[in-house]
Design a protein around this ligand. Structure first.
Ligand code: ATP
Ligand code: MG
Length: 871
């Protein structure tokens, strides 16, 4: 079975068991403060497990793009070294939200594996949670054990501890005991010798877990306690690539048709054969794996960057480049060449990849170039450091500097040191790393309390499209503390007019007012697990009372104008530049807007003007808002609404339309484009390969912009003595200025020439030298030039030239080199000694030195004293 069929067989099997097939959620998570990347199929359904929302379908199946490179689930260091862990992988899953439980989950899993996929039953092992005697006091999962006993011989059911058989997504959240299914892929001979049961969960590459059936029945609270959930759920996850390995009779995920085309391409490009040398093989696997993770992340809208999720992606890409550099001798960018192959292979199942192939290619290429430059610089720095080393061991802190400041990989440092016969103080490096980690952790740690629930209200509504005021009641709240922001509170209300940050638009601010007149300021509004969370530095005095919530009208109004302008800008860019323009990010707030988009060249002045004009025409047309709430996604797309890749949309979506601009959008907008008044682009520039950024302003900010520009122009006119045509006046001033500059330069040259012949005439022959000490009217630079020119004519010259500038004195002494030697003179010593007359000091070389001082009155004495040196 090829991988495509394996995938569809899974989905169809569960569809036939009344599951709805749903698409994968984005791999990059945008609006969840607790998680950067999807690390399991269940993430997108968290709100259902927690009982915050009710799902439309109680049985669901899908294949989910997952990334395990940070947080609780981090497999990065394993990847490439073993043959069955990836950074990005697909997780096949089936879900029950308060519907079926252990019995069906177990029976169906067995049916699919043994009857549909026809995996040999003798190769399968089951694990069941044995319980724990720690604070959780959990007992053996007897129910699962009994269910399995009816299908599998008892000696194939193994007891598993908390580490393997109690699944948790993170430090907090839904969790529960699980049953894993493992498969033994070893030869019959080896299976005879050593029982598979003894190898389960022992990191054996051929005895691996393929499927995990999780029985979600608890919520892990902030204080570590487990709380039973009101409903029980099933959450299963099967690694697609591992399943392919089993069904295609391979012993490594990389030998399946998911990876072989990529590996063949890497071999072709690098001229290295896969399967001959373990170190080379690891590098090839790392590259084949990482190019997938990075490409999917970029297609999901996450560009490599220096912070947060972007930094994680940059690190993954750099790890691959580094493996290539060290083990495959790739000195030049090459990974970008793999994107085409990946797209042809996976573009059908994941259209976001196909649509953005060019962008992904460019971004990867640019990153590769940049990192290869870093590597080169780092290698040079490392060489210098090695040259300056006293002993044979490199200081760990020095190596950390190289890593921290230049992004130079520590394993590469160690490798190079070893090659040159040195070693690294790894402990010192770890220490420096730990110190830095705890420093940044201390600064950013936020401790979250548990939610205190005051009333049960699942149907929390957003009423802020229609009104900015509402009477609200607190449903739940919790306390957050962090060093940076101090204590603050998060509150959820039964309904709210406050817009939660999302889709690029900032969260609303405003106030709550009680009947008695107490006021509480809402500083920000965000979304968490699909709930609207209000942030304030204090709680209402009376938690049960009704409060009047009002959104800051002015901020919201300005923000809405900028949001609508963003849609018009998007439309204008596609109109003027072409339909390849994809939105890559946006920030909409009261002061202005920022819009990032894919486009390969700098926009010309003319294009910018056309885009601006296009938007302003839409404003002048006074287009009314046409909005559809809660229409099926399919219908919206059919009607031509633009949806963004990497955005998570529900089944029912909202469309926002102004004339021909139609987008899926949850943001707040003006009622009519006329409210925007004017649109002005303030900057256009590149932020990454193939990504441009426009910043723009509307309404009030444009007024302010014009007022300031007017004022500046007025000031310029005044400075130009109220010239009728200021532009003409400035141009003629500039012309005059450059003419005068030229003239001045000529005059100065003449003056220097004249002075030189004057000085030459004054040279006196003293004691076998040509001697002159006098004051001149030149600056220090010109004096130096003059002295060196005169020095070319005589090789027995002694000059002491003094000048006075801005109330300060400068002495310059020039002595021909032969004189320096024959008379043992030193210009440096001389100016230092003469410096006392001008109350200063200085120095330089034996043949030329200068001294500066604050007493020009001493110049005459200094000149007088110069003669003694040759007398
Ligand atoms: P392992 O112990 O092998 O790391 P796990 O316990 O971390 O697996 P789960 O969190 O239960 O795995 O994930 C469910 C399934 O997803 C696993 O049974 C496995 O098939 C697959 N899987 C997990 N991690 C990876 C990975 N890094 N790469 C590929 N597949 C994975
Ligand atoms: Mg794991």
């Amino acid at each position: 079975m090829n991988s495509k069929d394996i995938r569809s067989t899974f989905l169809n099997f569960f569809r036939d068991k009344k599951h709805k097939i749903v698409p994968s959620a984005p791999m990059v998570i945008k609006d969840d403060p607790t998680l950067m990347f999807t690390n399991a199929g269940m993430n997108q359904f968290k709100e259902f497990f927690l009982g915050i929302n009710t799902p439309a379908d109680r049985r669901v199946t899908d294949t989910q793009k997952c990334l395990r490179v940070s947080g609780k689930h981090n497999d990065l260091e394993e990847v490439g070294k073993d043959t069955y862990h990836h950074t990005m992988f697909e997780m096949l899953g089936n879900w029950s939200f308060g519907d079926y439980f252990k019995k069906e989950a177990i029976e169906w899993a067995w049916e699919l594996l043994t009857e549909v996929y026809k995996i040999d039953k003798d190769r399968l092992y089951i694990s069941v949670f044995e319980g724990s005697d720690d604070d959780d006091k959990l007992t053996l999962d007897q129910e699962a054990f009994d269910l399995w006993k009816t299908i599998v011989p008892e000696d194939r059911i193994l007891m598993g501890d908390k580490k393997d058989n109690f699944w948790e997504m993170g430090d907090q959240g839904p969790c529960g005991p699980c049953s894993e299914i493992h498969v033994d892929l070893r030869s019959d001979e080896e299976r005879q010798k050593v029982s598979g049961a003894s190898l389960v969960n022992q990191d054996h590459p051929l005895v691996v877990e393929i499927w995990n059936l999780v029985f979600i029945q608890y919520n892990r609270k902030a204080d570590g306690r487990l709380e039973p959930l009101p409903e029980k759920h099933v959450d299963t996850g099967m690694g697609f690539e591992r399943l392919c390995m089993v069904l295609q009779g391979k012993q490594s995920n990389y030998d399946t048709d998911v990876f072989t085309p990529l590996i063949a391409e890497i071999s072709k490009i690098t001229n290295k054969t896969y399967g001959k040398d373990e170190q080379v093989d690891i590098a090839i696997r790392v590259i084949a794996d990482h190019i997938r993770a990075v490409s999917f992340a970029i297609a999901d809208g996450q560009l490599p960057s220096n912070t947060g999720a972007g930094y994680v992606i940059r690190r993954i890409l750099r790890r691959a480049i580094r493996y290539g550099f060290t083990y495959l001798d790739t000195q030049e960018a090459f990974m970008y060449k793999l994107v085409g192959k990946l797209t042809s292979q996976m573009g059908e199942a994941y259209p976001e990849l196909k649509e953005q192939e060019q962008l992904v290619t460019n971004v990867v290429k640019e990153e590769e170039h940049a990192f290869l430059r870093t590597l080169e610089q780092g290698l040079q720095l490392l060489d210098n450091m090695i040259a300056g080393m006293k002993g044979k061991v490199m200081d760990g802190r020095k190596a950390f500097e190289l890593y921290d400041t230049f992004g130079f990989p520590i394993d590469l440092t160690a490798l190079i040191l070893e090659e040159k016969g040195y070693s690294l103080d790894a402990e010192g490096f770890d220490e420096a790393m730990q110190e830095q980690k705890s420093r940044s952790k201390k600064a950013s740690v936020v401790t979250k309390g548990d939610w205190t629930v005051l009333s049960d209200d699942k149907e929390q509504e957003f009423v802020g499209y229609d009104t900015l005021e509402a009477d609200v009641k607190l449903v739940k709240y919790r306390k957050l503390s962090s060093k940076k922001e101090g204590d603050h509170y998060q509150m959820v209300f039964n309904l709210t007019p406050f817009y939660a940050e999302g889709g690029g638009q900032v969260g609303d601010q405003g106030v709550l007012t009680s009947a008695k007149g107490d006021k509480i300021r809402i500083a920000d509004t965000r979304k968490e697990n699909n709930e609207i969370v209000h942030i304030a530095s204090e709680l209402p005095a009376d938690l049960q009372a009704t409060y009047h919530a009002s959104v800051d009208l002015q901020k919201r109004r300005l923000t809405a104008r900028n949001h609508t302008a963003t849609h018009l800008l998007h439309q204008a860019l596609r109109e003027v530049l072409g339909s390849h323009v994809e939105q890559k990010g946006s920030a909409v707030h009261a002061k202005g807007l920022r819009f990032d988009f894919s486009h390969f060249a700098k926009m010309t002045e003319e294009e910018i003007a056309r885009v601006e004009a296009f938007v302003n025409e839409r404003i002048e047309e006074q287009l009314p808002l046409k909005e559809q709430r809660a229409i099926p996604m399919e219908k919206a797309l059919q009607e031509g609404a633009i949806a963004l890749f990497g955005e998570k949309y529900g089944d029912a979506v909202r469309t926002v339309r102004f004339g021909d601009s139609m987008e899926l959008c949850g943001g707040t907008h003006v009622q009519n484009t006329a409210e925007i008044w004017q649109f002005k682009i303030t900057s256009e520039g590149g932020i990454a390969a193939g990504i441009r950024r426009i910043e723009a302003i509307t309404s009030q900010a444009v007024k302010e912009y014009y007022r300031k520009t007017g004022e500046e122009l007025q000031a310029v006119k005044e400075a130009l003595k109220n010239a009728k045509d200021p532009v003409k006046a400035v141009v003629s001033l500039q012309d005059e200025n450059s003419r005068l500059k030229k003239e001045l330069e000529g005059l100065q040259k003449d003056k220097a020439k004249q002075l030189r012949s004057e000085l030459l005439g004054e040279l006196a022959e003293v004691n076998g030298t040509h001697f002159l000490a006098r004051k001149v009217d030149l600056d220090a630079g010109a004096i130096k030039d003059l002295a060196f020119e005169m020095g070319q004519q005589y090789d027995d010259l002694f000059l002491l030239l003094a000048s006075e500038q801005n109330g300060k004195a400068v002495l310059s002494c020039y002595i021909s080199k032969p004189l320096v030697a024959s008379k043992e003179l030193n210009a440096g010593t001389i100016v230092r000694e003469l410096g006392k007359y001008i109350q200063g000091g200085g120095g330089g070389q034996p043949f030329f030195a200068t001294a500066g001082g604050k007493n020009p009155d001493g110049i005459a004495e200094a000149l007088e004293a110069a003669k003694q040196y040759i007398d």
